[in-house]
Design a protein around this ligand. Structure first.
Ligand code: FPP
Length: 244
């Protein structure tokens, strides 16, 4: 096991991305929304490749929210098909590049083939130490908090740290440092609400399918230019030490 390497990852930044604008990007080009989502997968590849060089240890991508089930059936099926294709075709290159893949969110409503592909991809990439890539699928931050509260209620006592583990489904997951949302929208849309308590927010007009390594670098520059005080009066010492 590489617990030493994993903990090193947790000393690097945690960035969450709300990948918005696939549909508008496609419609403006006279393409189907599906083409926009396909182009969105290309953007995911670019960002996953660039992230480790940007000081990012954990990258959480919002691929499908629990509210996205409300979209037309054909679009939901197309998104599920893209996800299945990604999980099966990408595992080799992810593992070759030291990327550990996890999927967060509910699994009980996903097609069986996807749930099985998630388990295989997670197992195959478990030793990745260059980047922890987390993909949120059928994910709702509020549902994650409610479900943690129910489990905590069955315990004798629950510290904030223990509750955080219940919410995140992981042990000592680093809080989100930066949330990026593309396409000009300025909302959190039920994404990582607990984990982002002190996250910096970065909004860009760039549509997700156009987002690239330079856009990520620009977001990181903005992040590094901010003073994070976490409620105190001075910049937090741990933040002074983080760089790349
Ligand atoms: C938001 O754009 C994007 C989504 C709801 C899905 C994001 C999915 C991908 C990038 C591809 C599939 C993911 C993986 C991991 C294979 P939108 O459709 O809401 O765009 P709009 O607001 O312009 O309509």
């Amino acid at each position: 096991m590489q617990s030493g390497l994993r903990s090193k990852l947790e000393t690097k930044l945690h960035v969450g991305i709300i990948m918005d604008g696939n549909g508008r990007w496609a419609t403006r080009r006279g393409l189907s929304r599906l083409r926009g989502h396909e182009a969105g997968v290309e953007a995911i590849r670019r960002v996953v490749e660039a992230a480790p060089q940007q000081g990012i240890g954990t990258l959480t991508l919002f691929a499908f929210s629990s509210d996205n089930w409300r979209r037309p059936k054909a679009e939901v099926s197309a998104l599920m098909a893209l996800l299945l294709a990604y999980l099966t075709s990408e595992v080799r290159s992810l593992t070759d590049n030291g990327v550990r893949l996890s999927v967060i969110g509910r699994r009980d409503r996903l097609p069986n083939a996807i749930a099985a592909a998630i388990e295989r991809a997670e197992a195959a990439s478990a030793d990745g130490a260059a980047l922890h890539l987390r993909i949120a699928v059928d994910y709702s931050a509020r549902d994650a908090i409610v479900s943690a509260a129910i489990r905590a209620g069955a315990m004798q006592a629950c510290s904030r740290a223990a509750f955080a583990d219940l919410v995140t489904g992981a042990q000592n997951l680093r809080d989100v440092d930066l949330v990026i949302r593309t396409s000009g929208e300025r909302r959190l849309s039920d994404f990582l609400l607990w984990e982002s308590a002190y996250a910096e927010l970065y909004f860009t007009d760039r549509m997700w399918p156009d987002f690239d390594a330079d856009d990520l670098a620009e977001a990181m520059r903005s992040f590094h230019g901010r003073e994070r005080r976490f409620g105190g009066l001075q910049p937090a010492a741990s933040e002074l030490a983080i760089g790349f």
